[in-house]
Design a protein around this ligand. Structure first.
Ligand SMILES: [Zn+2]
Length: 144
């Protein structure tokens, strides 16, 4: 049991450095949760921006999901409008599907990709532009 906890903590420590929040794409932090019913406090990954527990996603998958949603104008929540929130929820949804597919095909584990992804080329270049746009959108969101 002790060894299992160490391995889990090791996985989380690596994920916090490597992965991003699948909802906002922001960095994650380690947070110690105090559950009364357990003796040991449990360490979890957390997104400060979204204020929630978040296991995170490989940044390459987040970037790909972001590109997919923006490029193909995907909105899985049309009833809720076409806004920053439905965009984020759609990115998170697509990122989940991509994550599942990669795991299912054996290219991804909790410890990362089993084969290094090759992100050089079209998507990455266009995502630099998208990130600037995202920064602008975020600025507008924070300062109405
Ligand atoms: Zn977040």
């Amino acid at each position: 049991m002790q060894k299992q906890n160490e391995k889990r903590l090791d996985v989380l420590k690596k994920r916090v450095q490597r992965c991003v929040c699948k909802s906002c794409g922001g960095p994650l932090s380690l947070r110690q949760l105090d559950y009364n019913e357990f003796e040991d406090a449990r360490i979890e990954l957390f997104c400060e921006h979204c204020d929630k527990l978040e296991f995170g996603i490989e940044p390459e998958l987040y970037t790909s999901a972001q590109y997919y949603v923006d490029e193909y104008r995907v909105n899985f929540y049309p009833d809720m409008g076409n806004n920053q929130m439905t965009r984020r929820m759609s990115i998170s949804y697509v990122a989940d599907i991509m994550n599942w597919a990669m795991q299912h095909m054996g290219y991804l584990t909790k410890e990362g990709f089993t084969v290094a992804p090759d992100m050089e080329g079209k998507i990455l270049q266009e995502c630099i532009v998208l990130n600037d746009q995202m920064a602008d959108d975020l600025e507008k969101e924070l300062m109405p």
